[in-house]
Every structure is written in structure tokens, then in C-alpha cells.
Ligand binder design. Structure first.
Ligand code: NAD
Length: 282
């Protein structure tokens, strides 16, 4: 793998190093998978980055090291995004140590899968707490800072940018994962409502809906040749996504190149939401 390639060959060198210069980004769940690739991509684009993690300090420190290699600042902050006090403390610390927050990527998420009648309330609640309430808390605290600071035209045309990490399962029902699909459906409506409420304040709220991306969260879906073949049948573009595919989308959405993009979900899914079964049937 060359230094200009992502984990599985996706080119990184296409990211302009100046695009986000001077901006401060907070990425939650950034010590793994999509969050990690997004934090690295934002750093490569010139942003200073806070790498949030809840467990896995060593991985978080490695991400920080990689980002500081681009000549920008980075730091690892521990916080559970579903805990109000910890989120408030994290954003306060970022404002103290980095001066402000310009970009929030509310990425942290998890799955606790079970057939419906076997799903415990704890499994349901945990997924809602992290995937939906966690995004609510981080977005609320970041927004307070965006409103306090206002627009700084030399930095960005917007007072702040929020990117909610959703999923194709905000619109594709997913048997055996009712907690996860419900949380992402909630993320979609939260994102759109916040986008409507905050746009007049020059805050842009959008979402990315990844399809199947090779990360630890869905290892079983791509690890064996059979699982891979089954999965590829759902992806017209005929490749499983790399975390860098999402990092690139986040850089674009966060930048002023997309200043007029408000309240949109960007599907980054190789066509998974195009009803691939209808390519030959229907
Ligand atoms: P991952 O398991 O590699 O990363 C999830 C990260 O969230 C980890 O760093 C984990 O520690 C962190 N996290 C979990 N609970 C947390 C908490 N309470 N506080 C702070 N951090 C917490 O999985 P991933 O695939 O990189 O997932 C990232 C996001 O992308 C999730 O929101 C997931 O739903 C979404 N997503 C992933 C895929 C995919 O195919 N991988 C597809 C659609 C959506």
C-alpha cells in the first residue's frame, strides 16, 4: 500500500490539502473504521481534528499521530457520546484547547442485533442511546458554539457544519436489526429538522448514508468469500466500500465547495439504494 492509498487502495491524494485549513473538526468514534478514515481525511484537508473515542485509547493516539503528520493539530478526547455530562465536557474542552468547533462529524455508532422477539430492552435502548441520542447531544453542544462564534468569513461561509453519520438503513428496512434501523430513521428526521431550524443561522446540517463499508461493525458481512458474494449482489457498483470513501464525502460536505448543500443525505453506497433486485426482475 502506498502512502497515498487508503486501507484497500482507495486514493487519498485527491484531497486538496488547503480545503479546510484553519477549521477545527470533532469526529466521534474516530479510533476505528469510518470515523478514523474521516478524521484522517479532514486532517489531510488541513483541519485540526479532535479524535473522540470511548474505548481504545491506543488506537485513538495512533490516529492522532497520523493526522499530526499532515502538519495540523490533533488530540484524542475520551467521552461516551450517550452521556450528557461527558459530551458537554468534551466540547467545552475542545473550545478551550482548540479555540472553537467548525465541523462536527457525529459518527459514533454500534449494533446490538437480535430477532425481534428476542431483542431485550437493553439492546434496543443501547443502540438508541448511542446512535440517536449521542448525535443529538453532540449536535446540540456543537451548535451552541457555532451560534456563540458566528460566521468567520476567512474560515468558512457557514458558522458551522454538522454531518450525521446515518446509514442506507434510514430508508431500507433491516430484519433482525430493528433497533439499528429505527435509530438511523431517527437520525434522518433529526438531521432534516435541525437543518431547517439552523439554516437561517448559517449552520449546515447534512448526513452521509454509507452502504456496506469494510469496518469491524460488519465484519461478518464481508469476511468470508460466501458472505462477500452475497453482499456484492446488493451493490450495483460491484465493490464493497472503503472507509476512505466516506472520509472523502465528509471532506466535501464540510467544505465551502458544498456551501449550498443543506439538509441532504448523501448516499455513499455503490448504488445499494437503487433496488438492485429490479435490475433483472420486476
Ligand atoms: P466501527 O465499529 O469501526 O466504529 C464505531 C465507532 O463508534 C468505534 O470507534 C466505537 O468505539 C465508537 N463508539 C461506540 N459507542 C460509542 C460511544 N458511546 N461513545 C463514543 N464512541 C462510541 O464501525 P463503523 O462502521 O466505522 O461505524 C461508524 C458509523 O458508520 C456508525 O454510526 C455506523 O452506524 C455507520 N455505518 C457504518 C456502515 C458500515 O458498513 N460499516 C454502514 C452504514 C453506516
Amino acid at each position: 500500500m502506498s502512502s497515498t492509498e487508503g486501507t484497500s487502495g482507495t486514493p487519498q491524494s485527491v484531497i486538496p490539502a488547503h480545503l479546510l485549513r484553519g477549521q477545527k473538526a470533532l469526529v466521534t468514534g474516530a479510533n476505528s473504521g469510518i470515523g478514523r478514515a474521516t478524521a484522517v481525511a479532514l486532517g489531510r484537508a488541513g483541519a485540526d481534528v479532535v479524535v473522540n473515542y470511548v474505548a481504545g485509547k491506543d488506537e485513538a493516539e495512533k490516529v492522532v499521530e497520523e493526522i499530526t503528520g499532515f502538519g495540523v493539530r490533533a488530540a484524542a478526547y475520551e467521552a461516551d457520546v450517550s452521556d450528557e455530562q461527558q459530551v458537554v465536557a468534551m466540547t467545552d474542552r475542545m473550545v478551550r484547547e482548540f479555540g472553537t468547533i467548525d465541523i462536527l462529524v457525529a459518527n459514533a455508532g454500534l449494533q446490538r442485533d437480535a430477532p425481534f422477539t428476542e431483542m431485550t430492552l437493553a439492546q434496543w435502548q443501547k443502540v438508541l442511546d448511542v446512535n440517536l441520542t449521542g448525535q443529538f447531544l453532540c449536535a446540540r453542544e456543537a451548535t451552541k458554539e457555532f451560534l456563540r462564534r458566528g460566521v468567520v468569513p476567512e474560515v468558512s461561509r457557514a458558522a458551522g457544519k454538522i454531518i450525521c453519520m446515518s446509514s442506507v438503513h434510514q430508508i431500507i428496512p433491516w430484519a433482525g436489526h430493528v433497533n439499528y434501523a429505527s435509530s438511523k430513521g431517527g437520525v434522518q428526521m433529526m438531521m432534516e429538522t435541525l437543518a431547517q431550524e439552523l439554516a437561517p443561522k448559517k449552520i449546515r446540517v447534512n448526513a452521509i448514508a454509507p452502504g456496506a463499508i469494510k469496518t469491524p461493525i460488519n465484519r461478518s458481512a464481508w469476511e468470508t468469500p460466501q458472505a462477500r458474494e452475497d453482499l456484492l449482489r446488493l451493490i450495483p457498483y460491484d465493490r464493497i466500500g472503503d472507509p476512505e470513501d466516506i472520509g472523502h464525502a465528509a471532506v466535501g460536505l464540510a467544505s465551502d465547495l458544498m456551501d449550498y448543500v443543506v439538509g441532504t443525505t448523501l448516499y455513499v453506497d455503490g448504488g445499494m439504494t437503487l433496488f438492485p433486485g429490479f435490475a433483472t426482475g420486476g
